[in-house]
Design a binder for this molecule. Structure first.
Ligand code: ATP
Length: 470
């Protein structure tokens, strides 16, 4: 498996030309807000509003379904964010989880070197070279001032455990969930009696003191990861698992609606590989700000269990009953971000259409991802019998689906509002409903309407959702 050919990186257009379109929709409709906004915000932290929390939860559920529920060989775990500090020494994070930082001598702004214009494609050797800023004539994008030589900046947030603050009780906010799976390898394997190959999946918060966060929720300092560690036989076992996971992970994004041409693989160059990796390929998405990583698939060799075994003194070998061998399993990891995935679904679902001379904004979200599955709308809110029927239907739907009621505008406007937040179906109750016990079900994508008996509405929607579920 190699990187997909992409002669012209701009040949594929992003789903939305301007990121601002998504940022303002998110704020206006309640997907994502700046954190602590009334105090002026805090850089690189975002809060999920009423619709955003649904989209992100649905994203996590979709991942869990594919990675745990649908599999016999993967189990879940929810490890603590705080871990024994030695974990991060052994993992290599204390020593080398860092980015190259440069500082402007005049305005003192700090930048991640490889994100400066003209430095995006520098090799790892260049990124560590003290003379690189001078040699390439790189200057501060803010005021043109001279930039310092790069120095390594560790991305881990630290704190102190207990009431005394000294070096003896330092704790790290985890920068990845993976280590929780490694240190629990024995616990999980023995308690679930899994045989290799098997995996441990985890979803949870991670923290990185990113030097240059940005592009909305793409790079944050507090974010959520969805990571799966697959424990396999050494060498060939890992190579084979790696090739199997690549297409599976790309297919997951496509199954939930991401346009295939906006996805590609990119293999890490030898000198770009992280300290633990033998091979790494990213699934990238064509964001409005370029091709960027969505998820990394890594062959980590025996780096993790081997080092944890040495440092802890625990025997982390696996005994293969079939062959009688003892060995340290190798690990193939699929490391995705919940925020990045939800963000991608949001961007790729966005479309503007001309309908009868007006622009209709639609989020064509997969029904499993849509915050609300159905909206119940009265045609005439002044008729109490209609409103009462709406609430009866809503109560019934809510037992099984996220459903919402809205009567604060005329029906055309109500439909547009639901289109804009991705609600796949609207159910309208009208005067005839009172006589014939039927309602109108309107489809977001085709805008077609059909008359359905009240008691059949929920079944119809549940069947439609089941039919499109990957
Ligand atoms: P980058 O090169 O973008 O800094 P990375 O290669 O360090 O990312 P990994 O350590 O492989 O990223 O993390 C796995 C996944 O976690 C990423 O693919 C991404 O989806 C998510 N992720 C990592 N850092 C962030 C962040 N700062 N904000 C949001 N999501 C993140």
């Amino acid at each position: 498996m190699t990187t997909s050919p992409d002669p012209d990186p701009n040949a594929v257009a992003p789903a939305v030309a301007n990121l601002e379109t998504i940022v303002s929709l998110s704020k206006r409709r309640g997907f994502i807000f700046p954190s602590s906004e009334i105090y002026g915000g805090i850089n690189a932290v975002w809060d999920y509003g009423p619709l955003g929390v649904e989209l992100k939860n649905n994203t996590k559920r979709a991942w869990w379904r594919a990675m745990v529920q649908d599999r016999d060989d993967i189990v879940g775990l929810d490890a603590g964010i705080l871990m024994h500090p030695q974990v991060w020494v052994t993992s290599g994070h204390v020593g080398s989880f860092s980015d190259p930082l440069v500082e402007c001598a005049t305005c003192h702004r700090r930048y991640r070197l490889d994100e400066l214009p003209g430095a995006e494609d520098l090799s790892q050797t260049d990124l560590r070279d003290e003379t690189v800023t001078q040699r390439l004539g790189l200057v501060c994008p803010n005021d043109g001032g001279p930039l310092s030589p790069p120095r390594r900046f560790n991305l881990m947030f630290t704190s102190h455990m207990g009431p005394v603050e000294d070096d003896g009780n330092i704790v790290y906010f985890r920068p990845e969930t993976a280590q929780g799976s490694y240190v629990n390898f024995k616990n999980v394997q023995q308690s679930s009696r899994k045989k290799i190959p098997f995996g441990i999946a985890q979803i949870g918060k991670s923290f990185r003191n990113e030097i240059s966060p940005g592009n909305f929720v793409f790079r944050m300092r507090e974010f959520e990861q969805m990571e799966m560690q697959y424990f396999v036989r050494p060498e060939e076992g890992a190579a084979a698992a790696f090739e199997q996971w690549l297409p599976k992970r790309r297919a997951w994004y496509e199954a939930y609606g991401v346009t295939p041409s906006r996805l590609r693989f990119r293999e890490h160059a030898k000198d770009e590989l992280a300290h633990y990796a033998k091979k790494a390929i990213d699934v990238e998405y064509r964001f409005p700000f370029g091709w960027k990583e969505l998820e990394g698939i890594h062959n980590r060799g025996d780096f993790d269990l081997g080092n944890h075994a040495k440092a802890s003194g625990e025997n982390l070998e696996y005994f293969d009953q079939a062959t009688g061998e003892h060995f340290i399993p190798w690990i193939v990891e699929t490391a995705a971000g919940a925020d990045r995935a939800a963000f991608t679904f949001l961007i790729d679902a966005y479309r503007e259409e001309e309908v009868r001379g007006e622009t209709r904004v639609v989020l064509g979200l997969h029904p499993d991802l849509a915050p609300y599955k159905v909206a119940v709308l009265p045609l005439l809110k002044k008729r109490p019998e209609i409103v009462e029927l709406c609430h009866r239907l809503l109560g019934d739907l809510k037992r099984d689906l996220m459903a919402v009621y809205d009567d604060t505008a005329a029906i055309g406007k109500l439909y547009r509002r639901q289109d804009e937040i991705g609600t796949p179906w609207c159910v309208t109750v009208d005067v005839d409903s009172l006589d014939d016990g039927a309602v109108t079900v309107r489809d977001r994508d085709t805008m077609t309407q059909e008359r359905v008996p009240l008691e059949g509405v929920k079944r119809l929607l549940l069947d439609r959702m089941a039919a499109v579920r990957p």
